[in-house]
Design a protein. Structure first.
Length: 234
């Protein structure tokens, strides 16, 4: 793949449905080539998208909670290079659960899937991104400690705050890296994860999010931004 700032070559982790699927569709609509991943072996909406995109969309399989699969994906991609690595991963729990009643297994599931595994993907696949490219990770406005005035979604919030902290540590360890690093907050979107009562539709969130990601290219360092390009408080 060759770099083209107007049509970035994208490696998108987690695109079988929801926000990831919408991001894949948006980049394809904008003329990009996309390698996108799904977790299982069954047919997904991403496969339907590929039917209309042809060779510009490739589908890979990886479960990011299984490090061996992440490293196998790295080996399969070999010497290929991408303008953007976008890690989209997230699971939710019952919003009313607190540390007083959440099970250890459920707490661990959210922390591993929402924080640890995305950063393991960044560590494993970040080297595939060109020097002036971008590494973006899907966070959430609920990961903001400063903006947490009402509580609720406590375990999910904690997992996204942990993700943000880990990404800040990654940026500190790579402070001389010229690539752009982004934590993206898509807003509360009506997806399977966001639920039917969410404030935004996918079409109200994802085009702006993609525009924001692309506009940040060439700006080294880490930023925490929402889908409109506004800075989110840590």
């Amino acid at each position: 793949m060759t770099a083209n700032p107007k049509h970035p070559d994208v490696l998108l982790i987690g695109a079988s449905r929801g926000l990831g699927l919408a991001i894949a569709a948006e980049y394809l609509d904008r003329g990009s080539r996309v390698v996108a991943t799904v977790r299982g072996d069954g047919r997904t909406a991403l496969h339907d998208l590929r039917d209309g995109a042809g060779s510009r969309l490739e589908i890979e399989h990886v479960d990011i909670n299984l490090p061996d699969q992440v490293h196998a994906l790295r080996d399969r991609l070999g010497t290929r290079r991408f303008d953007l690595l976008f890690v989209n991963a997230g699971v939710a729990n019952r919003p009313e659960e607190t540390p007083a009643d959440v099970t250890t297994e459920e707490f661990t599931r959210l922390m591993v899937t929402n924080a640890l595994s995305p950063m393991r993907v960044v560590e494993a696949l970040g080297g595939l991104v060109v020097p002036d490219g971008t590494i973006a990770v899907m966070s959430s406005g609920q990961g903001s400690v400063a903006d947490n005035e009402r509580g609720g979604f406590e375990i999910y919030r904690a997992s996204k705050s942990a993700l943000n902290q880990l990404m800040r540590s990654y940026a500190a360890r790579h402070r001389d890296d010229p690539r752009t690093l982004l934590l993206m907050a898509p807003g509360w979107v009506r997806t399977g994860l966001g639920g039917p009562g969410a404030r935004l539709t996918v079409d109200e969130s994802i085009p702006g999010l993609v525009t924001t990601v692309d506009a940040q290219r060439g700006r080294p360092g880490l930023r925490y931004l929402d889908y409109r390009g506004r800075t989110v408080a840590w």
